[in-house]
Design a protein around this ligand. Structure first.
Ligand SMILES: Nc1ncnc2c1ncn2[C@@H]1O[C@H](COP(=O)(O)OP(=O)(O)OP(=O)(O)O)[C@@H](O)[C@H]1O
Ligand SMILES: [Mg+2]
Length: 313
């Protein structure tokens, strides 16, 4: 069992990444980073996985959809009264996400929030498309980004519904202990219900293990249980049937907690820290996950080769 788990958690070789990026052109992934449990690593994962994807060459946008505005603070973004935020995107029908995005690191944009976002639930009450505003605003931005990561609040209100309606997939950060495992079970059920109503194409694609202590027996057992549970769902008609535990687990690393005080991602703050290395490796796993099956890539290459032949001819 241990060997199985070790091979499942193996980091893919970095040479695979450049191949994958070429294969990915034209696709866009919108990921809701969600867990209704507080303090599990949602914001830390959104910030640093996003920064790692941007370093890999993907044009990446982070959306701060939490009234705590921790993601914005992580990058030292403190919107003033007149500055547009995600609140304006949600409130004004027909708005464009690209108009509100700010570049915080090379290739990495953020759509910031401030605490007034807490009022949005009441402000949108009664509007028929209140769950669809973020999706519309991102759609208006066209192909501006290759990847969009949405940092969700630790609750399942209208903000999280907007995230789920806008997303192509869900990543769940969690800590490997028993109660967290129960929480993930409940969350998967909820996502299943929402898929049925607002977003039938939504898939739970990955679990990110955060603040991981691999040397403890409890953490090892919870990961084994989680893997076994996901395996048992492979043939079932549920939105998490293809869900993977993304490798490697992100180890507890104090640098990850320090980086927000400097308004930087872990890659800008300390690129050699264990936190930076872990999130870079998780980004490689994500890019692998997004890589189309080999057959599709071959078809694409064949198609472009014959297009070239036509032009020359
Ligand atoms: N791998 C890690 N090592 C050390 N500290 C971490 C790690 N991941 C997250 N933290 C710290 O744990 C705390 C909670 O993380 P984070 O804010 O990302 O959780 P969250 O799920 O977004 O919380 P909330 O539900 O309140 O939005 C933060 O202080 C963060 O810096
Ligand atoms: Mg958070």
């Amino acid at each position: 069992m241990f060997n199985l788990l070790a091979s499942a958690l193996k980091v893919p070789p970095s040479s695979a990444v450049s191949l994958t990026l070429a294969d990915m052109s034209g696709t866009r992934h919108v990921v809701a980073i969600i867990n209704q449990k507080g303090g599990v690593g949602k914001t830390t994962t959104t910030a640093n996985l996003g920064a790692a994807l941007a370093r890999s060459g993907l044009r990446t946008c982070l959306v701060d959809l939490d009234p705590q505005a921790h993601l914005s603070l992580h990058f030292g973004v403190r919107p003033q009264e007149d500055d547009a935020t995600v609140y304006d995107l949600l409130l004004e029908a027909g708005s464009n996400a690209a108009d509100v995005a700010i570049e915080v690191e090379k290739g990495l944009d953020i759509i910031p929030a401030e605490t007034d976002l807490a009022a949005v639930e009441a402000d949108l009450a009664g509007l028929p498309d209140k769950q669809d505003r973020l999706r519309q605003a991102l759609a208006a931005a066209g192909d501006q980004w290759d990847a969009v990561l949405i940092d969700c609040p630790p609750s399942l209100g209208v903000l999280t519904l907007n995230a789920l309606a806008a997303s192509t997939e869900v990543f769940v950060p969690m800590q490997a202990h028993f109660l967290a495992l129960q929480g993930v079970g409940k969350l998967l059920e909820t996502v299943g219900l929402i898929c049925g109503s607002v977003n039938p194409d939504l898939r739970v694609a990955g679990i990110v293990l955060c603040m991981h202590e691999s040397q403890t027996t409890l953490a090892r057992e919870v990961v084994e249980d989680l893997e076994a549970f996901l395996e048992s769902c492979r043939e079932q008609p549920v939105p998490w049937s293809q869900c993977r535990v993304l490798s490697p687990p992100v180890r507890r690393n104090i640098k990850l907690a320090e980086a927000p005080s400097f308004g930087q991602s872990i890659l800008a703050y300390d690129s050699t820290s264990r936190g930076a290395l872990d999130y870079l490796a998780v980004a490689e796993s994500v890019i692998q996950l997004w890589r189309p099956p080999a057959a599709e890539v071959e078809v694409k290459i064949d198609a472009s080769a014959s297009e070239g032949a036509d032009t020359i001819g």
